[in-house]
Design a protein around this ligand. Structure first.
Ligand code: PFF
Length: 517
C-alpha cells in the first residue's frame, strides 16, 4: 500500500533516473534488442509457428514477469549493481551477482559484433552492395569466415564499425545514468517504434505477405509435446526481457526510492512482447514476399533464423523489393538502435559493479570497462573465426548459463535465504499493482521446477551429442570454457576485498520486518 509507507526516504547520493518514464524507456531499451528482431521470429517459426505462442505466453507469465519482479525487488531494495545488492541481502550471495555480471560481460562482447555488422549493412543498403549471392557476400567477402579454429587475421570491414560501436558505448556510459543511458533511450525507443511500425506496414502491403503470415501463425500443435519447444520459449523470454543477467537488478537500483516498480515491470514486459510479435509479423510478411517472387512455399526458403535471417535472407528480399534501399536502411538502422540500447544496459551493469567493488569514480569505471570489453570484442570477433565463436558462446551462455543463474537465484532467495516474503512486501509497499502469494509460488516453485527440467534436458543433449557437429576441443573452449570462465571469475572476484566501502550505514527502505543478517 503506497499510502501507508513511511514518508522518510533515506538520504543517499546515488544517481537516479529522472523519473518513471525514463526508467521504463531505459528498461524497454534493454529488453527490446537483437533478440526481438533476429531471434524471436526464427525461433517461433521453427518451434511450432502459431502454436509457439502458447509456451511463449506460459513462459512469460510463469517465469518472465515473476523473475523480472524479483530482479527489480532486489535491485530496488538493496540499491546496488548485482554483486553489491545480493551481498546486502545476504553476504554469501555476492558470488551469484558476479556470475550474472560475468555472463553479461561475455554477452556484451559478441552482441557488439552483431551491432557492428548491422551498422555495415546499413551502409551497404544504399547501393545494395551485397549483390546477388547474399550468403556468399556475408560469409565470404564480408566476414571472411575461416574453418573452426582461432584465427588472428583481422577483418577491417568488421573492425571499423566495431570500433564505432565501442566508442559510442564509451561516450554514452561516461555521461552516466540520466544524461547518457536514459537520454539515448528517450530518443532511441520512440524512434525505433516509428521506424519499425513503418517497416511492418510496408511489409504487409507486399504481394505474398499474407502467405507469410499464414506460415508464421499456422499452428503445429504437435510441437507442444516437444520439450525442446518449451526450452526455446523459456530461453527466449529470459534473453528478451534481460532477466537473471544482473542487469535489471542494476537498473532498478537507480530507480528512486519511491517508485511504482511492479506496474513499470508490466509495462516493460508487455511492450517487449508486443514488439517481438510485431517483429514476427514484419519478418514473415517480408518472407512471404520472397517466396512469392521465387514462386516457392515459405517452408522451402532457407536461412530463417539468427544472423542468417538478418544478414543473408533479408538482404536478398531487399534487393528484390521496389524501394528496397530505403526499406533496407530503415531495417538495419532499427537493428542498430535496438541493439545499441541493449548493449549499453549490459555495460552499465558491468561498469556499476566495477565502480562499487573497486571504489572507482563512475567515469574511470565506465571508461575502463568499455575499453577492456572492446579489446576482447576486437580480438575475438573482428577476426575471420568470429561467426562460429559467436554462435557457440551464445548457445552456452544463454541456454545453459542464464537458466542456471535463474534457478540458483530463485532457490537461494526463496528457500535458502528466505527473503521471498520480505521482497514481496517491499514491492507491495512501493507499487500500485500488488503481488499475492501466487508470486512466491511462481518464483519459488513453478519457475525453478520448469527450469531444472529444461536445464537437465539441455545438458544431456550437449554432453551426448555435442554442439552442431563441432570438434570436441572447440566446444570445450568456446562452449564449456565460457561457463567455466564465468564460474571461476565469479569466485575470484567475490574473494577480492571491497575497496573503500563501509556498508554499515546502509538501511534498506522502507523499513520492513527486518532480515536477520
Ligand atoms: N534483451 C536483449 C535482446 O532481446 O536482444 C538482450 C539482452 C540485453 C540480454 C541485456 C541480456 C541483457 F542483460
Amino acid at each position: 500500500m503506497a499510502e501507508t509507507t513511511p514518508a522518510r526516504v533515506a538520504p543517499e547520493n546515488r544517481e537516479t533516473w529522472t523519473g518513471n518514464t525514463g526508467f521504463i524507456l531505459a528498461a524497454i531499451g534493454s529488453a527490446v534488442g537483437l533478440g526481438n528482431i533476429w531471434r524471436f521470429p526464427g525461433v517461433a517459426y521453427e518451434s511450432g509457428g502459431g502454436a509457439f505462442l502458447i509456451p511463449y505466453l506460459v513462459a512469460l507469465l510463469t517465469a518472465g514477469i515473476p523473475i523480472l519482479f524479483l530482479d527489480y525487488a532486489i535491485g530496488h531494495r538493496y540499491r546496488g549493481a548485482a554483486p553489491l545488492a545480493y551481498r546486502r541481502m545476504k553476504k554469501k550471495a555476492e558470488a551469484l551477482g558476479w556470475f550474472q555480471i560475468m555472463l553479461s560481460f561475455i554477452i556484451s562482447v559478441y552482441y557488439a559484433a552483431v551491432i557492428a555488422w548491422a551498422l555495415s549493412y546499413f551502409v551497404f543498403a544504399f547501393d545494395l552492395r551485397w549483390g546477388e549471392d547474399t550468403a556468399g557476400f556475408f560469409v565470404g567477402e564480408y566476414l571472411q569466415v575461416s574453418d573452426p579454429g582461432v584465427s588472428t587475421t583481422i577483418v577491417s570491414s568488421v573492425a571499423i564499425p566495431l570500433a564505432v560501436v565501442w566508442i559510442a558505448v564509451l561516450v554514452v556510459l561516461a555521461l552516466g545514468v540520466a544524461k547518457g543511458v536514459e537520454k539515448v533511450n528517450v530518443i532511441g525507443i520512440p524512434l525505433l517504434g516509428i521506424a519499425f511500425a513503418g517497416l511492418v506496414i510496408r511489409a504487409l502491403t507486399l504481394p505474398g505477405a499474407m502467405d507469410g503470415l499464414n506460415a508464421f501463425f499456422t499452428p503445429d500443435w504437435g510441437a507442444l509435446l516437444d520439450l525442446d519447444v518449451w526450452i526455446a520459449a523459456y530461453s527466449q523470454i529470459f534473453f528478451s526481457l534481460s532477466i537473471a543477467f544482473g542487469i535489471m537488478v542494476t537498473y532498478a537500483s537507480y530507480q528512486r526510492r519511491k517508485a511504482n516498480m511492479t506496474s513499470s515491470g508490466l509495462v516493460v514486459a508487455f511492450a517487449n512482447s508486443s514488439f517481438e510479435l510485431l517483429a514476427g509479423i514484419g519478418v514473415f510478411a517480408t518472407l512471404g514476399f520472397l517466396a512469392f517472387r521465387q514462386s516457392v512455399q515459405i517452408d522451402e526458403l532457407e536461412g530463417l533464423t539468427g544472423p542468417i535471417l538478418s544478414f543473408v535472407t533479408f538482404p536478398a528480399v531487399i534487393s528484390e523489393m521496389p524501394g528496397g534501399n530505403i526499406f533496407g536502411a530503415v531495417f538495419f538502422a532499427s537493428l542498430v538502435i535496438a541493439g545499441f540500447t541493449s548493449l549499453i544496459s549490459i555495460l552499465l551493469g558491468v561498469a556499476a559493479t566495477v565502480q562499487e567493488k573497486f571504489g572507482l569514480s563512475w567515469r574511470v569505471s565506465a571508461i575502463s570497462v568499455s575499453a577492456v570489453c572492446a579489446l576482447i570484442s576486437f580480438s575475438l570477433f573482428s577476426t575471420t573465426s568470429g561467426l562460429l565463436a559467436l554462435d557457440t558462446v551464445d548457445q552456452f551462455a544463454n541456454n545453459v548459463g542464464i537458466v542456471l543463474s535463474a534457478i540458483v537465484m530463485s532457490v537461494l532467495v526463496v528457500w535458502v535465504f528466505r527473503r521471498g516474503q520480505l521482497l514481496r512486501s517491499h514491492l507491495n509497499a512501493v507499487s500500485t499493482f500488488h503481488l499475492g502469494n501466487w508470486w512466491l509460488a511462481l518464483v519459488g516453485i513453478v519457475a525453478p521446477v520448469f527450469l531444472v527440467i529444461m536445464l537437465v534436458q539441455k545438458l544431456i543433449t550437449l554432453v551426448s551429442e555435442g554442439y552442431e557437429g563441432l570438434p570436441g576441443w572447440y566446444v570445450g573452449i568456446f562452449g564449456w570454457g565460457t561457463l567455466a570462465f564465468a564460474l571461476v571469475m565469479s569466485a575470484i572476484l567475490t574473494a577480492l576485498p571491497w575497496k573503500d566501502r563501509d556498508d554499515s550505514a546502509f538501511r534498506p527502505w522502507p523499513e520492513l520486518e527486518e532480515e536477520n543478517r
